[in-house]
Design a protein around this ligand. Structure first.
Ligand code: M6R
Length: 366
């Protein structure tokens, strides 16, 4: 059942080229400029005319929501708020009929997310679900939704569900931008092609596995780690840190790279590995300066970079090269080496990768 892999998590990481393709299949056809999300059809009007998009979720799904914030604001120019379901439900939030709420959940059973949905529904908002498990509680509680079609995810650490969630949210953002006229047709079509090319790029990113094993060997005994990224890659930093924490029990924190100087920089010494997501995008030069700041304090830098990079390579201790993508879709590719890294470190430390201590696959209690 593990298909020859030692753990479900590794199998699920390797399934991503296929799970993302499955998620896009029948919905996206770049050549004909076609993009259809069945679940959205009846609610497109509400979506297009929403005054605000509120995204609610927990854990990794919340990280996918953060990526979506950047996507929706860039392409569709609608303000977005991303809320931890557990905070949202108890905050007496200001919400009404003009709000379009997107609830993201792999299991479709997370108690806090379900409660946040019920609350938003009672205030008259439209609720759209992005879930993986067909027929679970959240899809039944929402007005409409789109499944992620990633297939069953068994490992407690979410991997392929995360990339499928971002794939659905990316399609929603492109569709919305196009319909609202905030995303001109030529750019829209170009982005459809870029998104369609992602499964192949994830396949390429998986080839970094050997290099990552070597890095894992070197850092498996650290007690702390920092993950830094900016823009679309800031949520990837959070996700990288969460993956390391939950399966290897190493304390890790994710931060927007520029926040480092407001506190975390005090932690940096020769022992501290800092994982950067430093792909070629609009914040690249700024990330390079952040890397220099870490090196100046003798921290160890391991960076995920775009193929052919020279600037980061010259200063980092290790680089992991991934294919070039449009920056909006970079998280789909950049997260893959970080998933592999956490996996290998956890295995080397003798941890129970698929069922880490204290964690359950679906959190049905608040
Ligand atoms: O099933 P959900 O997506 O609603 O679950 C949300 C979180 O419990 C989940 O993402 C959790 O953080 C994972 N263990 C992360 O790998």
């Amino acid at each position: 059942e593990k298909g020859g892999y030692d753990h479900f998590m590794l199998k699920e990481i390797y399934e991503q080229p296929k799970s993302i393709a499955d998620c896009l299949r029948g919905r996206l056809d770049a050549k004909s400029g076609r993009l259809v999300l069945g679940g959205l059809r009846d609610y497109m009007n509400k979506f297009q005319n929403a005054e605000r998009i509120i995204i609610t979720a927990c854990g990794t799904s919340w990280h996918a929501g953060l990526v979506a914030e950047y996507l929706f604001e860039e392409f569709a120019r609608i303000p977005v708020e991303v809320e931890y379901a557990s905070e949202f439900r108890y905050r007496n939030p200001v919400i009404g009929e003009k709000d379009f709420v997107i609830a993201i959940s792999q299991s479709g059973e997370t108690a806090d997310t379900l409660a946040a949905i019920e609350l938003a529904k009672s205030k008259g908002a439209t609720i759209f679900g992005v879930c993986n498990v067909v027929g679970s509680s959240i899809p039944r509680a929402t007005h409409a939704g789109s499944y992620t079609h990633a297939g069953p995810e068994i490992g407690v650490a979410s991997t392929k569900a995360f990339t499928a969630q971002i794939s659905v949210l990316a399609m929603m953002a492109l569709k919305l931008g196009y319909q609202r006229g905030t995303l001109p047709e030529n750019r829209y079509v170009q982005l459809l092609h870029e998104l369609e090319a992602i499964p192949g790029k994830v396949e390429q990113a998986l080839k970094t596995n050997d290099a990552i094993k070597y890095i894992a060997e070197e850092y498996k005994d650290v007690r702390n780690a920092l993950y830094l990224g900016r823009g679309y890659n800031f949520p990837v930093a959070l996700e990288g840190a969460l993956k390391l924490k939950e399966i290897s029990y190493i304390h890790a924190e994710g931060y927007p790279a520029a926040e480092m100087k407001h506190g975390p920089i005090a932690l940096i010494d020769e022992e501290m590995p800092v994982f950067f997501i430093a792909t070629k995008d609009s914040s690249y030069e700024k990330v390079v300066s952040n890397i220099q700041e870490v090196k100046a304090r003798k921290g160890k830098v391991i960076a995920v970079v775009t193929e052919g990079d020279t600037q980061v390579k010259a200063i980092a201790d290790h680089v992991i090269e991934i294919p070039e993508t449009h920056e909006a879709f970079a998280p789909l590719v950049a997260v893959v080496p970080l998933q592999l890294l956490s996996y290998h470190i956890a295995v080397m430390r003798g941890c129970n990768v698929d069922q880490p201590r204290n964690l359950a696959k679906s959190v049905t209690v608040e």
